[in-house]
Design a protein around this ligand. Structure first.
Ligand code: CTP
Length: 399
């Protein structure tokens, strides 16, 4: 399965008339950046807030505004929707939602929305009083019942200077939702627990022993599992990464806290992916006060941490979760991964060499199972995540 659900896909972006329309240019740019081709339709009100020229410049295609476009010989609304893989309405105003809900077709945008057979995603944007109005809520309920999905609105500062629900989701979140809408939900109903990041093992109240793990691999697994329909619990050590939307995040610091969080979530999971770089050792004693420097050597005695993956492996029972571990090695990759697979009792070890992807967005890994060794080419961490999750999807099909 492709990590980039938007790559090579056609998105029809319908821009309604709200101040959030200025952010729709960033939506178009982000769709484009992730590989989609974008056609833009602006409503008359949309054009009051942003020019079609902006979208033409970003997408390389003329923005369409007129059902009666004399420069187009055929039926524009039919042509635009026939090729669309996704229709995205951003911003979706209260008026546009109402016209969609009631099947009106009095301009190019609404005729497109009637003619479209692709999934429809809307990103509402309006004042909270308009969003909360029973008419808007009833229209949204109608649209949802018809299979339309919503991205937002979210709570935040509004154009009026007030704050409340009604703000359009941020462009990146809208494009994430677009990718999700184009992704087959082959993990729907499955539960995935992922650990990510390194751990911090305290030396004193202000110092710790840590490692360089960025957490990106585990976060990618969590995001892709969510995109494919799974319910996801992410147990995260300290990282600089933002929590992925739609994922239950448990933040921890030490290996022992991570153990408690993972073991707490694992019993109901179908898959546990231990992508975290768990510290193998921790200082035997944590100083209660900040350690002061002196001329003497400082010796910190370290004791073993619990091995979370090995503990899960030892407690395996039929019907329990599939277990995936990671192996970061500096040599003898496959041999050591095989040994880890057996010793920790897991189903799959994702092995990589230390220089091949510790940091950065790409990784080159080898997937080692009891029956196979599959070296993968260098690919994005999201693509690696998909290859790991394919094992769970395959198990679901009874393989
Ligand atoms: N792991 C764990 N608990 C630990 C240490 C590691 O659950 N205390 C998990 C990691 O999340 C990873 C896998 O075990 O999925 C491999 O960890 P690694 O540190 O590479 O293996 P070790 O068992 O520590 O072996 P070695 O130090 O010999 O490489």
């Amino acid at each position: 399965m492709s990590a980039s659900a938007l790559s090579g896909r056609e998105v029809l972006l319908v821009v309604g008339g709200g101040i959030a329309a200025f952010k729709s240019a960033l939506v178009a740019r982000e769709l484009q950046r992730r590989g989609a081709a974008v056609e833009t339709v602006l409503t008359a009100a949309g054009q009051r807030f942003i020019s079609g020229v902006t979208f033409a410049g970003i997408t390389g295609r003329a923005a369409r505004v007129d059902l009666w476009d004399p420069s187009y010989p055929g039926e524009l609304h039919i042509a635009l929707t026939a090729k669309a893989d996704l229709v995205l309405v951003a911003p979706a105003t209260a008026d546009l939602l109402a016209r969609m809900a009631h099947g009106l077709g009095d301009d190019l945008a609404t005729t497109c929305l009637l003619a479209a057979r692709a999934p429809v995603l809307v990103a509402p944007a309006m004042h909270p009083r308009m969003w909360e109005h029973p008419a808007t809520q009833a229209n949204v309920a109608l649209l949802r019942a018809r299979g339309v999905t919503l991205a937002g609105p979210v709570v935040g500062p509004l154009a009026s200077g007030e704050s409340g629900i009604g703000r359009m989701s941020e462009p990146a979140a809208i494009v994430d939702a677009a990718a999700r809408a184009l992704t087959p939900q082959d993990l729907a109903g499955r539960r995935v627990v992922v650990s990510a990041g390194g751990t911090h093992e305290a030396i004193d109240p202000v110092r710790f022993v840590g490692n360089r793990s960025s957490g990106r691999m585990g976060y990618a697994v969590a995001a892709r599992a969510r995109d494919r329909g799974a319910t996801v619990v992410l147990v995260s050590g300290p990282t600089a990464l933002a929590a992925p939307e739609g994922v239950e995040v448990h933040r921890v610091r030490s290996a022992r806290q991570m153990r408690d969080a993972v073991l707490g979530a694992a019993p109901s999971a179908d898959l546990v992916v231990m992508a975290a770089a768990v510290a193998d050792y921790r200082p035997a004693d944590v100083a209660a006060e900040k350690i002061k420097k002196s001329d003497a050597e400082l010796v910190i005695r370290m004791v073993k941490n619990p091995d979370i993956l090995a503990e899960l492996g030892a407690a395996r029972r039929p019907g329990g979760p599939m277990l995936v571990g990671f192996a970061l090695e500096t040599g003898d990759l496959v041999e050591r991964a095989r040994e880890k697979l057996a010793r920790k009792g897991c189903d799959l070890v994702v092995a990589n060499l230390a220089d091949d992807g510790f940091d950065g967005d790409d990784n080159r890994v080898t997937l080692v199972t009891p029956g196979a060794v599959v070296p993968l080419e260098r690919m994005s961490k999201a693509a690696v995540a998909d290859r790991i999750l394919d094992h769970l999807a395959a198990q679901g099909r009874g393989d």
